[in-house]
Design a protein around this ligand. Structure first.
Ligand SMILES: C[S@@+](CC[C@H](N)C(=O)[O-])C[C@H]1O[C@@H](n2cnc3c(N)ncnc32)[C@H](O)[C@@H]1O
Length: 295
């Protein structure tokens, strides 16, 4: 099995056993994801993560990049299928959580490191057979740089697979982000919405700028199912307390006396979309755009 060249850990980089930095990052993209604890949401996404990895066709010995990997919802099952996997994420707390999961699973072929999808410093050209980014790189602020970096690090003949939420889709995540945005102050000038990665023409433009012709980009609409072992209202609390974009929305709503309205809107959404037929289990499917680029 080939080993992927990774950036060496610096002597000053915190390890899993050291406390997390007390100061929030000055990079707003990094600060957003380090603010909460996405592992609390990720644990409700494991089954769909595994199914997606099986559907993509990960093979033993493949060099796989998981960009915006979080704590390994897709990276870990890819390694269990025998691929040599590197998870890269901007959030130091999620990198540490992924490293802990890899250790617990005894997977020497799964590593995680900090990195920014806009500039994959330390990753060599053409070093991956398959680059995956499931609801990850879509959150990076400079999408043209993201497309260029994904193309750069993926070898010719390899593939890039992205999972992106779709703007104005009626299913869960697009609606959470829409309701949250309505309660959050307007973004700074020049901000590009992550949801634009869910628009096919825009995705084609971004990969075209990175040298990929439209004929090498395929789209499909697929479903990711969230499974939370509790009532829909309790699942909303997880988003409120641990999911960066919703935490920011509640911070702003608190200041305007609108936190109750925001909670009500989210609980109504979660209850309406819960397919479990039970009050102690929340099962909610969400539609996403799968983008497959043949390099
Ligand atoms: C919605 S979570 C998805 C995590 C994981 N892919 C999963 O499915 O469980 C978004 C992830 O993207 C990461 N992320 C956001 N911006 C990033 C960037 N510029 N570079 C790398 N990762 C980024 C976040 O830290 C977070 O882990």
């Amino acid at each position: 099995m080939t080993t992927i060249a990774a950036t060496p850990r610096s002597a000053t980089e915190p390890s899993a056993s050291q406390p997390r930095p007390a100061q929030p990052s000055t990079n707003p993209n990094k600060a957003l994801w380090e603010k909460g604890d996405f592992t609390r949401i990720a644990r409700t996404m494991r089954e769909s993560g595994e199914a997606l990895v099986r559907a993509i066709g990960v093979a033993p010995g493949q060099r796989v990049l998981d960009l915006g990997s979080g704590d390994g919802t897709t990276a870990l099952p890819a390694a269990q299928l025998g691929a040599d996997v590197l998870g890269v994420d901007i959030a130091a707390n999620l990198v540490r959580a992924g490293q802990a999961r890899a250790r617990e699973a005894g997977l020497a072929n799964l590593r995680f490191q900090e990195g920014d999808a806009c500039a994959l410093d330390g990753l060599e050209d053409a070093s991956f057979d398959l680059s995956v980014s499931i609801f990850g790189a879509m959150f990076a602020p400079r999408p043209l740089d993201v497309a260029r970096e994904l193309v750069r690090v993926t070898r010719r003949g390899g593939r890039i697979v992205m999972g992106n939420w779709i703007p104005n889709d009626p299913t869960l995540v697009a609606q959470i982000l829409k309701i949250s945005a309505a309660h959050t102050p307007p973004p700074p000038a020049g901000f590009v919405s992550p949801m634009t990665w869910g628009v096919e023409e825009t995705v084609l433009e971004r990969f075209a700028a990175a040298g990929i012709s439209a004929g090498n980009v395929a789209f499909s609409r697929e479903t990711f199912t969230f499974r939370y072992p509790g009532a829909p209202g309790a699942f909303v609390e997880e988003f409120r307390n641990y999911y960066g974009p919703t935490m920011n929305a509640f911070d702003a709503a608190d200041k305007n006396g609108k936190a109750l309205d925001l909670r009500e809107a989210l609980v109504e959404l979660f209850v309406r979309q819960n397919l479990s037929g039970r009050s102690d289990l929340t099962v909610i499917p969400a539609t996403f755009l799968r983008v497959t680029v043949s390099r």
